[in-house]
Design a binder for this molecule. Structure first.
Ligand code: ATP
Ligand code: ZN
Length: 313
């Protein structure tokens, strides 16, 4: 008994990589990406105790150290040797890339889109503005926190517009007479509507991504590959469902074609029922009521759709 306990302790030390190579990950400390970044690590089975205002935290059961920083600092953290990986919006990475003279920053690589933090960088004008296309902004003043991406866009479009750099509350700029238009991040569009603005052009689509530094050791790369495998598994599980149903033997092929994203379902015999089988399948897409109704109309019954917690191919 006591032998087992000490073996377990050794295992957990080995697992946490104490005294060995660890991978350093930068995530947003607080803000729109913070909770989902932490939740993702949690779903990957990586746990850490973080007290308030702590900058750094070592995972207990995975060789990962997490740094909690402002999102704008994440690309620079990853470009330097402070961290090897980070979770950041593509908008921030792109903006820093355009503005920075740091060569290393340009070598920071996006390795995995993470499916959260989705938003778009859009141009918006007051309702009274007669917008007929990007050329309507010729000679106008545009307020933004994204002068890098915006100046790139207006150069591409051949527009002569003046950019006013604002750190926050960009949406109030037209109302207070600071600008004719704005270029800001939008997700639902509610903030624009409240401020009497209409979205007229999307110039950049963004979501949170995992980024990596060009300087990474072979051991850190192994840890990174383990992390990527877990994240991919979590994301696959989130978008997948397990479906179970009963169906007449002769309808199996038709039913299979209706189940979304399913090539080879498991067919199981049912005790005492030679005319009916159970069909079990993992669907790599969500299953909506319409699909269930369609399955029923094809002869399926007892349809159950279950969430999948983890997945490893
Ligand atoms: P920090 O204090 O870390 O600098 P911030 O105020 O610059 O935070 P947040 O508002 O928390 O940033 O947004 C972080 C990221 O969330 C954005 O860079 C973007 O990638 C993403 N995001 C998703 N939806 C939106 C949205 N509607 N508005 C702003 N950002 C959004
Ligand atoms: Zn920021």
């Amino acid at each position: 008994m006591s032998k087992n306990v000490s073996e377990n302790k050794n295992d957990s030390i080995k697992e946490s990589g104490e005294g060995k190579t660890r991978l350093k990950l930068a995530i947003q400390k607080s803000g729109r990406l913070a909770e989902e970044s932490k939740e993702l690590l949690d779903k990957c089975g990586i746990s850490f105790n973080k007290s308030k205002d702590q900058l750094f935290c070592a995972a207990q059961n995975f060789p990962l150290d997490v740094f909690f920083v402002r999102d704008d600092d994440i690309p620079a953290f990853v470009a330097s040797k402070v961290c090897q990986v980070g979770i950041v919006g593509q908008n921030v990475l792109n903006e820093e890339n355009i503005l920075s003279r740091n060569q290393k920053l340009r070598m920071v690589e996006e390795i995995l889109p993470l499916g959260f933090g989705r938003c778009r960088l859009s141009l918006a004008v007051p309702h009274g503005f007669e917008y007929q296309g990007p050329h309507s902004l010729q000679g106008k003043i545009i307020a933004t926190s994204y002068q890098g991406i915006l100046s790139h866009y207006i150069a591409q479009q051949n527009i002569g517009a003046e950019i006013v750099d604002m750190r926050g509350s960009v949406e109030i700029a037209p109302r207070i007479g600071m600008a004719d238009a704005i270029c800001d991040l939008v997700s639902s569009g509610a903030t624009l509507a409240v401020n009497g603005l209409k979205e007229v052009e999307t110039i950049f689509q963004s979501e949170a991504v995992l980024i990596r530094s060009p300087d990474i050791t072979a051991q850190q790369n192994d840890i990174l590959n383990r992390l990527i495998t877990r994240i991919t598994g979590v994301m696959q599980a989130q978008s997948s469902k397990y479906i179970m149903l009963h169906c007449p033997v002769e309808r199996v092929e038709q039913i299979r074609r209706v189940i979304p994203g399913c090539d080879s379902p498991t067919i199981l015999a049912l005790q005492g029922r030679s005319d009916t089988v159970a069909v079990h399948a993992v669907c790599n897409e969500g299953i909506f009521w319409e699909t269930m109704e369609q399955l029923k109309s094809q002869g399926a019954s007892d349809i159950l759709v279950l969430p999948i917690e983890k997945m490893l191919d």
